[in-house]
Design a protein around this ligand. Structure first.
Ligand SMILES: *Cc1c(COP(=O)(O)O)cnc(C)c1O
Length: 324
């Protein structure tokens, strides 16, 4: 059994969305509030980081390295987790330094992270060089992959299913469908593991955020790898197959981080009906996909549908022009 370092406030709330349910009658809509994990404005990376930061501490690392886009929620939450634990945080980010950091990047800077701008893409060479530099300084760096998405991080979302299951039992509720955003795959992998482990009823509805091919680099293959490694960690004695990995494609056509009328509509709709903010990159895309399924009755009318809110609030401030 792997240990985890407490970084957030759990369980996150689960509640009904009355006005949204009325809008999408006869569906009943609920939300799981991982935007409220409490770690520097919250989000789904908190659950993964509880395992990853624990391992960094166990290995006596003094510095953590991770990477992502400039508006990475994962990088911002990693910076916060490092600050809480007295660890140096090094972020390798795509692109050039902006004139003025905003949104998640602003928060990562405030949280004290060292930012390394990598240009058009982050190469393995850049990662290796930073690892080496920090090793030479005796910092024994701990490397966290994109999105914190490996088997260890995914355990956080396997646990999350147990948390949800308890909440549903005490409310005497069952969900028929669970929609959420899937991008680096750790959240989806963890939910698949947890669903099996805790016998969660209902169908997982992962919405692809970043368009990938159908080849060996596809998100399905990435998720499958994480799931099978996680299955070993959890001693589940089950091997998963590619058929076990669902993915809703078709809402990711615009590309990663491109805000279209779909994301804009979703952000305004949930804010105005329920007073809840989505984010423009992940949750708005997944939420739009969900409402499109409901509008088109692609799932059976009357179903109970859960939206798993994975956070991302600060990115709204970066994308303001696209959202308004
Ligand atoms: C990272 C992220 C996701 C996607 O989670 P993965 O585990 O990378 O698939 C979804 N929503 C938000 C807000 C995120 O920051």
């Amino acid at each position: 059994m792997k240990e985890r370092k407490s970084l957030g406030f759990f369980p996150t709330p689960l509640h009904k969305l009355d006005r949204l349910s009325a809008r999408y009658h006869p569906y009943e809509l609920f939300i799981k509030r991982d935007d409220q994990t409490g770690l520097a404005s919250g989000g789904n990376k908190t659950r993964k980081l509880e395992y990853l930061i624990q391992e960094a501490l166990e290995q006596d690392s003094r510095a953590v390295i991770t990477m992502g886009a400039q508006q990475s929620n994962h990088c911002r939450q990693t910076a916060a987790a490092c600050a809480m634990n007295g660890l140096e945080c090094h972020l390798l980010l795509v692109g050039e330094p902006p004139a003025l950091p905003d949104g998640n990047l602003l928060m990562s800077v405030i949280l004290g992270a060292a930012i390394h701008y990598c240009g058009e893409e982050i190469s393995q060479g850049q990662v290796d060089r930073l690892v080496k530099d920090l090793q030479l300084l005796g910092k024994n760096p701990y490397l966290i992959p994109y999105g914190g998405s490996n088997a260890l991080g995914a355990l956080g979302f396997a646990d999350a299913v147990g948390e949800l299951q308890q909440q549903l039992e005490s409310l005497q509720l069952e969900m028929d469908y669970i929609f959420f955003a899937s991008c680096s795959g750790g959240t989806q992998a963890g939910l698949i593991l947890g669903k099996n482990r805790y016998n969660l009823k209902g169908t997982l509805m992962p919405v692809s955020i970043q368009k990938t091919g159908t080849d060996r680099n596809s998100l399905e293959i990435m998720v499958l790898d994480i799931v099978n490694q996680g299955s070993l960690l959890l001693e589940m004695e089950r091997e998963f197959l590619i058929q076990d990995i669902a993915l809703i494609r078709g809402y990711d056509e615009a590309g990663y981080g491109v805000v279209t009328h779909q994301e804009k509509q979703a952000i305004h709709e949930l804010a105005r009906l329920e007073g809840i903010f989505l984010d423009p990159v992940y949750t708005a895309r997944a939420f739009y996909a969900m409402t499109d399924y409901l509008d088109k009755k692609l799932i059976e009318p009357g179903a109970r549908v859960l939206f798993w809110h994975t956070g991302g609030l600060p990115a709204n401030f970066h994308y303001a022009q696209k959202i308004l």
